[in-house]
Design a protein around this ligand. Sequence first.
Ligand SMILES: N=C(N)NCCCC[C@H](N)C(=O)O
Ligand SMILES: O=C(O)CCC(=O)C(=O)O
Ligand SMILES: [Fe+2]
Length: 343
Amino acid sequence: MSSALPIIDISPYLRSEPVDIAARKATSEALHAACLNFGFFYLSITEFVDTAVPEELTTLARTFFALPQEEKDKLSLSNQDNARGYARLKENVTNGKADNHEGLDFYRPVESPDKSKPLWGENQFPDLPGFRDKYEAWVEKMKILGLIVMEAMAIGLGMTPDEWTELRNQVDDSFWVMRAIGYPPLPENSDGFSCGAHKDYGCLTFLYADPTPSALQVFLQQPEGSTAADTTGLPVEQGAKAGAWINADPIPGCVVCNIGEMWEIWSNGLYKSTLHRVVHRSSNYRVPFFFEPNFDAHVKPLAAAKRIQGADGAPERRSVVYGDFLLAKVGNNFAGGKGRYDD
Ligand SMILES: N=C(N)NCCCC[C@H](N)C(=O)O
Ligand SMILES: O=C(O)CCC(=O)C(=O)O
Ligand SMILES: [Fe+2]
């Protein structure tokens, strides 16, 4: 199954000796084009990881989600900080509607956990042989990949070495998220989603997925003036737009990668953090990794983006502290969770 989305060869950045400057430049230019046009692309990772590993993670996820409900509930995120742990089917909410999936979320551990503080509790690992070790090892690999892709993107945006150093300081202690997602089949004739249309929050999502076609769908906005093929289906305040939903079907040996909202700010809107949604008609298990900025990163439009936009470029995007942005998002993510941390 082919896809409109580009496949990026990241290998010039994985090989350090000798550094092939021209090949790296070509990779960075391809990333720049992919981020301008799609906000989604594939990364071939067979040179970097043994793809048997994410297959094992998926199998472990399947084993966990097959446990009796009361076993899974022992890891409920409500035991901790309402973010780390297990969320039941339909406990996740997107655009005010329950998502047809269950999930197990892990975040970067914090030094002094305090479960009365949002996001500041402890991760809860299932008591299954190899689970914790294998997930933690994958997180370490994906953190390395995250920094590599960030550097390649920085060069693609035309950043100077000093500018990259400054950006690197905002992502070198990533407040990452690792999820295992269990998707039961969406009921026939349901107007709901396995996961409703959303943008990811941070820098880069690396999704290793089962090969089900038409499950992950990506919204491509139509150029100005063209006739709408489809709409986001969202109310205006949540981003109603004309365009088309296309499939981001998995490609063997590749992760699907998309950029989160922090890249939209850094690039001052040049790069789109693209809306995507999930429709699973059969049972599936997926293990996305979210490479995010440091919790205290002050994310603001980069000079390199403004150089591209020129003197009468786009209006300046609002800057955010990543941790504050994340807290607001996570607070709205669960059933009954709206305003959970407001009082
Ligand atoms: N960390 C990330 N990106 N998690 C996935 C977000 C899924 C959408 C979410 N319920 C929302 O409404 O934002
Ligand atoms: O499972 C998928 O295909 C994508 C999941 C996703 O978009 C997310 O968790 O943010
Ligand atoms: Fe997503």
